[in-house]
Structures are given as C-alpha cells and as structure tokens.
Design a protein around this ligand. Sequence first.
Ligand SMILES: Nc1ncnc2c1ncn2[C@@H]1O[C@H](COP(=O)(O)OP(=O)(O)OP(=O)(O)O)[C@@H](O)[C@H]1O
Ligand SMILES: [Mg+2]
Length: 342
Amino acid sequence: MTGVVLVTGGGGVGKTTIAAAVGVAAAEAGHETLVLTVDPARRLATALGLEQLGNHPEPNPKLKGLSAAMLDSAASWDAIAYRHAPADIAERLVTNPLFDAVATRFPSGQSYAAAEEMTVHIESGKWDVIVVDTPPASGGIEFFASPTRMRELVGGRLLRWLTGAGLPGRRGLFNLAGRPALRLADTLLGGPLLEQVAEFLFDLRTTYDGISAKSVDIEQHLRAASTVVVTTADPGPLREALRFHEVGIKPALVVFNRALPSEWLAHEEPLVDGRAAAALNENLARWALEVRRQEDSRADFSGRVATPVAAVPWLADAPVDLEGLRAILAGSPELSLDRLGI
Ligand SMILES: Nc1ncnc2c1ncn2[C@@H]1O[C@H](COP(=O)(O)OP(=O)(O)OP(=O)(O)O)[C@@H](O)[C@H]1O
Ligand SMILES: [Mg+2]
C-alpha cells in the first residue's frame, strides 16, 4: 500500500517547500519516496535531484530512496487523451487547437491532469510514499474538486445537449452543424471553426467512459490520502485554509508556516539596558507582538476546526537544500511522519 500525502493551500504559503521536506524525511526513514512537485524554484528542484524538469521520476543522487518528478500539465493532457480515447481520435484531439485551449484554460484541467498523473504513480505500486504538491488553483481546493468537474466537462449537460444523448457518429455532426444557433455562429465565424468545435466536442465525448471510471478511482485515492493544508497566520491564506473544512475536506494537519519563534515573546519586556538599546528593545517588542498575533491566530483556528495544527518555523535561510529541508521538520514536532500516517 502506498501512503499518499497531499500538500495543499493557497499561493506562496510554502506548499512546495513542505512537500519536499516531508519527502526528504520519508526517504530518510527508509521509505521508497516520490515527490510530485509543481514548478519548484530552481535551487529547490536541484536539491530534489530534478536536473531536467520532466514528468518522469528521477532518483536523487544525494539521497537514496528519494525520487522526484514534475507535474507537467500539458504533457499529462496528451496522456489523458491517449488513455481515454481510441488512438486515431486521441491524435485528432491533441492536434485540435481547442484541445490546447481547454487544457490550459479550463480551471480544473491542470488539477485533473495532476490528479490523474498522481493516480498513475500510486497504481504503479512502485512507491511506499508519494508526496504531492498540489497546483495552487483556488487555494488548492480545485485539485479535490477536479474529478467531478472533469466528469461534468466531458459528460455534462452542455456537451450532451450539443452532441445528443448517445454518441451518434458523424451523422450527428451534420445535425449539430444544422442547429440554428450554430448556423448563425457559422455565418459569423466561418465554417471551418464550427466544424472544428463540433469535431472537438464529439471527440471529447468519447473520453467520457474512461474519464468517469478513472475519476472515481482518483476520488478514492484522494479520500484515502493524508491532506496537509499549509497556511500562514495572515488573513488571506487563513480564509483559504478554512474553506477546506467548509467543503467537508478533513485535513490530517494544518501547518502554519513561517511562524516566528515563541522565545521572542520574552522580548515584550526590554531585553537590553541603556539608551542605545531603546531602538532595539522597541523593535524586539514589535516582533513579540507579531508572535502573539500568530499564536492567537493558530489558537483561534484550531478552536474553530477540530484539526491538529503545527507551527513550522520561519528559517533564516530559505530552505532550498537538503539541510534546509531537514530543518523544517526538525523545527516542528507536530509535523511528523507519524501524524501523516507514514
Ligand atoms: N519555513 C520557511 N522559512 C523560510 N522561508 C520559507 C519557509 N517556507 C517557505 N519559504 C520560502 O517561501 C517562498 C515560497 O515557498 P514555496 O515556493 O514553497 O510556496 P508555494 O506555496 O509552493 O508557492 P506557489 O503557490 O507559488 O507554488 C520560497 O522562497 C521558500 O523558500
Ligand atoms: Mg509551489
């Protein structure tokens, strides 16, 4: 059984960093570990052993048991088409310009592609632990909603209405083109475009059976995984973290990243004597106030939701190498592999 950890949350809160840190800890605990990451900063990618930013797992030359791969949404969409449509239709789909538009614009597309890629790795049976850094769309929630959204896109009412209840074949294409609303569009926009749209819709419909079955598997994997929601003590990320609870997703842990050290609370009282130290004392007192605000914010959050919370320290050096990544878990007793079911 592969243990899966999903690291999610709003933009810029530290998802990629925390996912990498959990991956390093899991590998060091002796688990064959894969980190699936989204757009890591260059130095972090190097620390993870990603020399080429591809979606094939690469073993880390510096840490045995750790591999990493990028979730590459464009490549995954092609793979999805070939997986769920007959080869000739898949070929036509991926070369249709609308396919590209859907792959890049449909808000759940990137997330669904990532979720399917994650599922392929889980079902390969090759890994003890897979840590997934989720794409940041809609504060990470999109990732969890993407299987349903995708089913709706390829089998939903709009497409059924346009292409008919079943899959009527090319004759249906002709009927579709004959619809008054689309005839008008044809006149306005030109025939080839309409034909391309119609063909695209039919081809997309053929993926429905495959995608609806696969999306159910994905939902099961998402339910079985341990979810870590990353936030900071600031209002925007906090609101996004609360939304997981509002939509019924129960995280294993909520991580408050970039927390200031509690010891700084001592500096509410002057630390240094003498006039020259007044400015320093004032500065320290201000930081102590910020520590209190962060602690209150964590207490308030855990009072509202029955979920364990962890504080991850704000490190003086950005955690972009193995040593920095180790320091993340070392500084946070609550963020442990145990807590994540690993
Ligand atoms: N605990 C920490 N201490 C110090 N710096 C941190 C910490 N956690 C993350 N950072 C830094 O904060 C920045 C954002 O982190 P990261 O890229 O992991 O966030 P993200 O949630 O993945 O962002 P995005 O939504 O853009 O993908 C990076 O420069 C990272 O090095
Ligand atoms: Mg990231």
